[in-house]
Design a protein around this ligand. Structure first.
Ligand SMILES: Nc1ncnc2c1ncn2[C@@H]1O[C@@H]2COP(=O)(O)O[C@H]3[C@@H](O)[C@H](n4cnc5c(N)ncnc54)O[C@@H]3COP(=O)(O)O[C@H]2[C@H]1O
Ligand SMILES: Nc1ncnc2c1ncn2[C@@H]1O[C@@H]2COP(=O)(O)O[C@H]3[C@@H](O)[C@H](n4cnc5c(N)ncnc54)O[C@@H]3COP(=O)(O)O[C@H]2[C@H]1O
Lengths: 141, 141
């Protein structure tokens, strides 16, 4: 493949589909989110609603930062905090119809990208790992 | 640059040098590490000793996982846990004399790589972001 053909590849074959993506739901509290992040081992995951629409992204640090009190960490407050109060609402996204070039441009600054369709439904994620594997394959050919 | 020349580039120009790398020290406790990770915003950082030798890697999840008790999270134990008890001792490393190809092979599975010299002194890190920027530049040329 030429570099141009490589960059014009559709992203569809490379997406990690939604059923394989760990996430939390709108309305969950921060302690539940801490459990999900700890058990799945991911540092940052999408926040979805019951209709699989994308609302934001949540990392461990967004959970610990609001509870760093003056002289001790206020862990007891975690059950009172909702994920939508602390999540990052600006999520780097791709449309399901985008090509590899668009994904490459965005992963420079984001470890993963959320993929949505024209209705705004969450379809899955594109990760740096998948993109790096393809780049390595292309450069070694 | 041909792909071969690109892959043979030394990594030295692309390293984030040690003084810019957030880390924790051997002997620190897990609560101190939680503060460092929260304040710097990084999800995973190196563990060094006073002589800047590399001992392991520590993430938020390695801090929260050991304290998930049967019915509540045992935050009070964090000051009793030392970083060397919970860190990942297998760290993906590069030698300061390695080339880009070696870095590319390793970042498929690691968000960052620790760079050490022949004495085992920590010199800095190579990140996926830096590698992706160079790959993008190479493919667009
Ligand atoms: N259980 C596991 N098995 C094998 N390797 C693992 C792993 N967990 C993490 N890694 C490795 O560590 C990298 C960084 O993971 P992190 O959780 O910080 O950052 C992840 C996480 O925030 C998110 N992510 C990846 N897969 C996910 C999934 N199935 N569900 C939710 N989020 C996911 O995308 C980011 C980038 O992922 P990427 O694969 O490029 O890069 C991953 C992968 O190379
Ligand atoms: N303060 C900040 N400003 C701008 N962008 C930020 C940022 N913090 C994180 N990011 C973005 O998020 C990516 C994942 O960061 P993470 O902390 O999970 O994963 C990081 C972290 O574990 C480690 N890392 C990067 N820079 C570090 C530093 N100066 N000190 C210690 N560890 C560092 O290397 C991993 C990959 O870093 P990479 O740059 O490829 O990828 C970073 C970068 O694109």
């Amino acid at each position: 493949l030429s570099s141009r053909e490589f960059l014009e590849m559709p992203i569809t074959d490379f997406i990690i589909s939604s059923e394989k993506v760990a996430h939390v739901q709108m309305g969950n509290n921060a302690e539940h989110a801490l459990l999900v992040l700890t058990k799945t081992g991911y540092s940052s995951i999408p926040v979805l609603d019951a209709k699989y629409r994308l609302h934001g992204m949540l990392s461990m640090r967004m959970i610990t930062e609001p509870i760093l009190g003056m002289d001790h960490i206020e862990y007891e407050r975690l059950t009172d905090i909702k994920v939508d109060e602390i999540m990052d609402k600006k999520v780097a996204t791709l449309n399901i119809g985008d090509n590899f070039q668009r994904a490459l441009d965005l992963v420079i600054n984001h470890a993963f990208l959320c993929v949505i369709d024209d209705e705004g439904t969450f379809m899955g994620i594109m990760t740096r790992r998948v993109i790096l594997k393809q780049l390595k394959k292309h450069i070694y050919q």
